[in-house]
Design a protein around this ligand. Structure first.
Ligand code: NCD
Length: 307
């Protein structure tokens, strides 16, 4: 299962595949924590191409590849690659496909992941395509939910912030639907979840509520998934200025929220979660970031057939 496959979005996964990814990640987590030397990807080359800024996704993919014993080649600065000379994405990918055994890419254009996958023979992993999807983030999000909550289903999950441009919530919505969670989409009107996604999720059986009222949503939610307003996607900077700071999770809000609420955030945070929330025991976002390494180890090992 998953050998040779591309990871493009989260709508592609069956529950069986997700179980395999979660269990493989847990096994790698155990091995890393025990200090084992892991050699699953020895002799393999992983290409990590980032045409957009990143801290966690790129470094955790590189950490994952290194922990598996692979070698890594990286483009972290598009200005240093031939993209800056006007090379097409298709040509870049065809070239890198000749160097590496698996390709991981982040790119500012929605839909770029499909173009890249179409031009690669080796497995391709989407690490974020513009405002499209970010499947590996959603996988580490559910790995985190499983660890923090003990189960993946039966929760009420509030998605908060920029649901229009935030690719992580697009991807997570599909997984939450598969595991029968209720979702409350909390955003300013201008940043609502794209209708095509909401409709698609409802068609897959999702129970979704939409609101602008953060306090009310927090009072009934088991999980709050907070997102950054995606400044880089706005055409009009004034529009961003108007919407930034729309929703801020403060300690006082947590005190009025449902007891035991878990706070997740893909990070980076700007100001949407006050730093005095960080020592609340349900604030799981840094644990969430750490989990990314194990989930990405699982994905690299599974798509290369070396899990
Ligand atoms: C997210 C992304 O790049 O979409 N970051 C991440 O990968 N952890 C979220 C964001 O940038 O706001």
């Amino acid at each position: 299962m998953l050998k040779g496959e591309d990871i493009l979005n989260t709508a592609q996964f069956s529950v069986q595949e997700l179980n395999l990814i979660m269990n493989t990640a847990a096994s790698f987590e155990k091995q890393v924590r025990e200090g084992s030397i892991i050699r699953n990807l020895e002799g393999q080359v992983v290409a990590v191409l980032f045409f957009e800024p990143s801290t966690r996704t790129r470094l955790s993919f590189e950490t994952a590849a290194n922990r598996l014993g692979a070698r890594v080649i990286t483009v972290a600065e598009p200005a240093s690659s031939s993209v800056a000379k006007g090379e097409s994405l298709a040509d870049t990918i065809r070239t890198v496909d000749g160097y590496a055994d698996v390709i991981v890419m982040r790119h500012p254009m929605k839909g770029s992941a499909q173009i890249a996958a179409d031009n690669a023979i080796h497995p391709f992993i989407n690490a974020g395509d513009g405002s499209g999807h970010h499947p590996t983030q959603a996988l580490l999000d559910i790995y985190t939910i499983r660890k923090e909550k003990g189960a993946l289903g039966g929760h009420t999950v509030a998605f908060i912030g920029d649901l229009k441009y935030g690719r992580t919530v697009h991807s997570l919505g599909y997984l939450m639907t598969l595991y029968k969670n209720k979702m409350i989409f909390v955003s300013p009107k201008a940043l609502r979840m794209p209708e095509e996604i909401t409709n698609d999720l409802r068609g897959r059986g999702a129970e979704i509520e939409e609101t602008e009222d953060l306090k009310e949503a927090l009072a009934v939610s088991d999980i709050a998934y907070v997102t950054r307003i995606q400044r880089e996607r706005f055409e009009d900077p004034a529009e961003y200025e108007k919407l930034k700071g729309s929703y801020i999770i403060t300690r006082a809000l947590i005190d009025q929220a449902k007891k035991g609420i878990t706070i997740l955030h893909p990070l980076p945070r700007v100001d949407e979660i006050s730093t005095n929330v960080d020592n609340y025991e349900g604030a799981a976002y840094f644990r969430q970031a750490h989990n990314g390494v194990y989930v990405r180890m699982a994905l690299l090992a599974l798509v290369t057939g070396r899990a």
